[in-house]
Design a protein around this ligand. Sequence first.
Ligand SMILES: C[S@@+](CC[C@H](N)C(=O)[O-])C[C@H]1O[C@@H](n2cnc3c(N)ncnc32)[C@H](O)[C@@H]1O
Length: 211
Amino acid sequence: MPGNIANSTSQIIERHQLISDQMDKERLTLILKRLDQALKHHIPGDIVEFGCYLGTTSLFIARLLEASTTIRRFHVYDSFEGLPDKTIEDASVAGSDFKAGELKASKRQLIRNFKHAHLKSPLIHKAWFNELKNKDLPNQIAFAFVDSDFYHSIYNSLEMIWPRLSSGGAVIIDDYNRSSLPGATRAVNDFFTASNVRIQHQSNLAIITKP
Ligand SMILES: C[S@@+](CC[C@H](N)C(=O)[O-])C[C@H]1O[C@@H](n2cnc3c(N)ncnc32)[C@H](O)[C@@H]1O
């Protein structure tokens, strides 16, 4: 029923609970607002999330897409094996949190969470990011959310996303400037070092708009 569809990002965020501690409402607001902007400006392409885990953020992205007047494909990518091994770039003085195999959810759990929320399941890609092939990726991306914690996971994601991102579209990377996950900041800074783009930094998110 159209009357029941929450039509603003804040309504969507107010109406629903987060299903894990992997996201908070402050970051979610920034993510959904930027996605909403891409939709309202008719930026062409699919929506992608690299590192979906149980779907905490994916559920909200799907809710916004459902409330939108345009139809977009929504792809989520995850190993469903949890985090890979850390590399030297991820070593942190803040401690040794985040180990290989942590944050493991199954594809079945993700599907169940979508069913439980009465939402259409996204296109689910189970793979390590460095094993993804061209055929697994959309040709054009309007909006991307990257939440994969470690240097190579994020760098690999950006290598796939950036050339496919439409002009005016955005990529948002979680954990930017978070001391326990230094690989996230390093990956973003290294990837964009030679490009003339502005890295907007808000609430541990890096937000980059494609010129
Ligand atoms: C912080 S969780 C994602 C949280 C999720 N975005 C949410 O809102 O609940 C990180 C996820 O990234 C996945 N991941 C990290 N590195 C990966 C890689 N190289 N390939 C595939 N999945 C990866 C992990 O399996 C884990 O599910």
